[in-house]
Design a protein. Sequence first.
Length: 392
Amino acid sequence: MKLQGKNIVIGITGGIAVYKVCQVVRGFKKLGANVDVIMTDNATKFVAPLTFETLSNRPVVTDMFSRSSHWEVEHISLAKKADLMLVCPATANIIGKYANGIADDMLSTTLMATTAPVVVCPAMNVNMYHSPAFKNNLESLKKRGVLVVNAESGFLACGDSGEGRMAEPDTIVDYCVGVLCPKQDLSGKRILVTCGATAEKLDDARCITNFSSGKMGAAIVSEALKRGAEVTVILGKHTAEIDCSANIVNVNTTIEMYNETIDRVNDNDIFIMAGAPCDYRPEQYSQTKIKSENLTVKFVKNPDIAQKVGEIKGKKYLCAFAAETDNGVANARAKLTKKHADLIVLNNIKTNNVFGSDTNSVTLVTSDSETEYPEMSKSDVANLILDRINSK
């Protein structure tokens, strides 16, 4: 069975969606996983611990200070045992505690102690879900590497309608399976990813660049490596952490990124142009600091990296990005043709805070389709892109 020998610790907090967690536990058990359940006091008001003990064939932990027949610090024991920890449903309260380092019950203490991957499944009223406090706390957890199965839209128990309903059990189980057993469907593939911004010098003190953090490219690199690919990164200016398992080639200017990419076309199978090279560079570079009261800079066009790859790639796969403020799909389709690309990932930077964010909402554009996706983590976007590439 797919999860045979895997240990999953599920933290259940107080919300009407607790009843759905019964199906989550059953789903994991059917796949062969060992399941331990921690319930907060509020969670036990919705479903009795006996239900989860029956489904998991394990005692349910509810009390931080309960005495067991053998001596062990139980929250440490469970934290070490877990191959994955799932909080489901995750209320605003537990997300706030976890984000701010509060450990005042069995679940929050175990979360603080574990080094296993943590997945949270938010569930709450729509207004709570969109509140600045909750969003800040969730964003803080994402930055620390906590994984999120986003809430869905629909009719809520409180009578409101909108985002905040916990994801369906099958969705949650499938997501966790993906974390514990990443696909190796890119094994043997060689992927080149451009990542980060380039910078074009005006003088030794100033440069022209853009707002790219490299987070989207970094997510693609990370997910491609997990799926078994051999990855080369042509890496410009960035703030994102890049998986050091990749072959990293550092560059500064667009010309450097162009040369390093074109030199490797013959050595790779797939090209993902997630970098943000400057389209233009100053015609002249001053070797001393410019101190003019009025400055006029003449620019020249930089070479188009994706277009050149498209011209010489043959039957190899090219994915390019389009950051647009208007006429997004039309502009993406024009780029698809001009760059000889197989896939364009469209970002609307006017309505979508792409640069520096941990999330993104994209439209995938091919010659015969366009599919718009809701906001999701950049890791999830990376897997969407890799799934689309691998389906061809």
